[in-house]
Design a binder for this molecule. Structure first.
Ligand code: COA
Length: 188
């Protein structure tokens, strides 16, 4: 049997910097949220690939709350780190900051967690990833929080699925749920 492999968190940490050019602007003149999401997906992949030394896919993205708008001309910096690994999944934590040189300010734009799953390039099935070698208290804390978020994600998915199945079976309950909401039933 081959020996288990462990890699440090630092070995796969990634920093990505990108200047927010005019082509990234939305109709309001601010940077399009999709540009930031695209960069987050890119850094999540880079970080996960560095840890597992192979191919992975994005399985899920936790909520992304944009705390501050990003301006054209800002320098965006993304920091990514593997917080937690399961058998084939890796939770990558991403923090995004934007720096405005003219004002001399750095703002926290958003933080999110991407779950990446390592796949075999031949079979496209999930494969085991290296373990994490935790080197300090902060890394232990992040690992435990990642483990907790994995449990909560599963519970959340199950709850939504249970409610969906219940509404499929019980149209009366679905009718009660729409009462008082910002919708109208079509008469046709
Ligand atoms: C992600 C994917 C590989 C999971 O496949 P699966 O057959 O459900 O795999 P399993 O049930 O064996 O789960 C494998 C791992 O993925 C995790 N996982 C599966 N679905 C998940 C989800 N929706 N969110 C978070 N983690 C998930 C499991 O918790 C498990 O982790 P572990 O091995 O560390 O315990 C599959 O759903 C897939 O290919 N999705 C499409 C991904 C994609 O195309 N992404 C966008 C382009 S990159």
């Amino acid at each position: 049997m081959s020996e288990a492999v462990f890699r440090t968190v630092k070995a796969s940490q990634v920093i990505l910097k990108e200047l927010m050019v005019p082509a990234y602007a939305n109709f309001g003149g601010k940077v399009h949220g999709g540009v930031i999401l695209g960069l987050m997906d890119k850094i999540a992949y880079t970080c996960a690939a560095s840890h597992c030394k192979g191919y992975s896919v994005t399985a899920s993205v936790d909520s992304v709350d944009f705390l501050n708008p990003v301006e054209v001309g800002d320098l965006l910096t993304l920091y990514a780190s593997v917080n937690y690994v399961g058998t084939s999944s890796m939770e990558v934590g991403i923090k995004v900051e934007s720096e405005n040189f003219r004002e001399g300010t750095v703002k926290h734009t958003n933080t999110s967690y991407f779950t990446m799953v390592a796949l075999s390039e031949e079979t496209r099935k999930p494969v085991k990833v290296a373990g994490l070698l935790l080197e300090d208290e902060e890394e232990i804390r992040r690992f435990v929080m990642g483990k907790l978020r994995k449990k909560l994600r599963r519970a959340h998915q199950k709850e939504i699925e249970d409610i969906r199945q219940m509404l499929d079976l019980d149209l009366n309950q679905a009718m009660k749920e729409v009462e008082g909401e910002n919708c109208q039933l079509s008469k046709s």
